[in-house]
Write a new protein. Sequence first.
Length: 157
Amino acid sequence: MKKTVVITLLGLALLAALPAQAKAAGPLNFYIRFGVITDNHATFDPFLWTMGANFDFNLSENLFISADADMIIYKFNFKPVWLTPSVLLNFRFSDFYIGAGVSKFVLIGSGYSLSSDLLFKINAGFKSNAFKLQVFAYSPFGDFGVFGLGANLGFGF
């Protein structure tokens, strides 16, 4: 419980230290993000949290490509860690967006590594100059049943 309080306080301190207008409004946007991920039943048991980074390449006013990578962490223990790199094509409608792409899970740590097949990832969210809120779902390509749900909050730089 102490670790949760410390992480929450650090997150709030980071939020307070951010500038009022971030520099995420050009042809390339960069976000540092934090979030949670769970199974398709939204049980949050076990509790898995994410941290990572996101680059948005703005192709036009309504179209952008997102390249992101998150670490999935269990109980604040970084051994082992799941990495989830993704590439998504997104359509923007004002400040809201929706998109889809591919992702892969890679397990690193404890003396071994393991990799998944390519996964289908769909996402939707809200993108402003200062932050980006994203909800997403993972699914295998062969069987389009959702097996992972999550949400991230990113801060633009």
